[in-house]
Design a protein around this ligand. Structure first.
Ligand code: SF4
Ligand code: SF4
Length: 357
């Protein structure tokens, strides 16, 4: 395994991190925690969970596994999306108890959607509550996770509150996320990337993504992971694992890692522009929607219709991947057209929302 310093935190973390959101059988505590232990045995020392993952089972699974490991051999992170300081504090105490640790190494202010959301959380006292918990030693470092587009997130990072950031970055959306990654790098902030495999889109469509492959990464999963790790400001790529084969594949990608050359990166940019004509990249520039539709999630689901030649079940499965989105919400579109004006891919968003099952 390869390790990188995590910003200014004085911690070295594995370049592949374990995301606890894809356990195949989360009701089975032993089987699920064995997968975590297997990944740890393979050298993955950054273990990420959250309340609500896997029907709210993930933190308990982590707790079962972590109690079997020497405390100094892993870093654990969890999160809170609460907008109120008191609720955030209760969440930290609950997570500590479930994880069976005295300190959460990396604690995330979770899922910042946009500037208004960020301001609301600050006004609700979440930063004071988190810093107080840090002062008491209940959390080690304060991070944030966000689905904001690059420049918006860069502004949040500029405020100097966070020591690490978790953001979506992959071969599909990287042109729109680089500014935030680079901003973090300039400030010495560690960067964790989520969805390095495009939320499964890349392994599910190996032919479409074949252009990612390099001489050292001759399967698309390895190539996509190595693409992430090629960015010098990215510390670790977070992968949600379901079985040991997936762990092995990701570990192999780290162990055979050779950075993409500047020429390969340029070739990739050209390929993205041509091969993904018509696909939503998840960049988020279409937001906000005045009636609150999470457009990128629906348009990403619509990608499945294109990639599978119209398989509606694939779209419904993708809704489940995005948790909490429903066919009904897409139908609330008022056709105001704001999003289409902003869409970087010039997609017919209104029409696609209407066509979704
Ligand atoms: S057109 Fe529909 S989806 Fe787009 S911003 Fe307006 S209401 Fe939201
Ligand atoms: S719909 Fe357009 S702007 Fe919105 S996330 Fe997709 S590609 Fe980006």
């Amino acid at each position: 395994m390869l390790y990188r310093p995590f910003g200014k935190t004085d911690k070295n973390v594995s370049v592949i991190s374990f995301g606890g959101m894809r356990f195949s059988d989360p009701k089975n505590l032993e089987k699920s925690s064995d997968l975590l232990l297997y990944a740890h045995h393979k050298g993955i020392n950054y273990l990420d969970t959250a309340p609500v993952y896997c029907g709210d089972r993930s933190e308990d699974i982590f707790g079962h596994a972590l109690r079997q490991l020497p405390r100094e051999s892993f870093y654990v992170s969890t999160k809170s999306s609460r907008a109120n300081g008191d609720d955030l504090r209760k969440g930290i105490e609950r997570s500590l108890q479930r994880l069976g640790v005295e300190q959460i190494d990396f604690f995330y202010i979770w899922h910042l959607m946009n500037q208004a959301d960020w301001e609301k959380r600050k006004q609700g006292g979440v930063i004071e509550a988190a810093l107080q918990a840090k002062e008491e030693g209940l959390i080690g470092h304060l991070f944030c996770s966000s689905h904001m587009e690059g420049e918006g997130l860069a502004e949040v990072l500029n405020e100097g509150i966070f020591e690490g950031v978790l953001l979506g970055y992959n071969a599909l959306n990287f042109p729109y996320r680089r500014s935030a990654v680079e901003q973090a790098g300039q400030q010495g902030i560690g960067v964790v990337t989520m969805n390095p495999l495009g939320g499964g889109l890349i392994p599910q469509n190996p032919e479409r993504f074949a252009f990612l492959k390099t001489e050292t990464a001759n399967d698309v999963v390895s190539a996509a992971l190595q693409f992430n790790l090629s960015h010098p400001d990215i510390t670790t790529a977070l992968v949600g694992f379901s079985d040991t084969d997936e762990v092995d594949q990701a570990v192999r990608a780290a162990e055979t890692f050779v950075p993409y050359s500047p020429e390969q990166q340029q070739k990739l940019l050209v390929n993205i522009e041509t091969a993904f004509d018509g696909l939503c990249t998840g960049c988020g520039y279409c937001l906000p929607c005045p009636v609150g539709i999470p457009i990128p999630k629906y348009l990403d689901s619509y990608n499945q219709l294109i990639l599978t030649d119209g398989d509606q079940q694939a779209v419904l499965d993708r809704y489940r991947f995005h948790w909490g989105i429903t066919p009904q919400q897409a139908k609330q579109c008022t056709r105001c057209g704001d999003c289409e004006e902003r869409c970087t891919q010039h997609l017919p968003i209104i029409q696609r929302l209407a066509e979704l099952p």
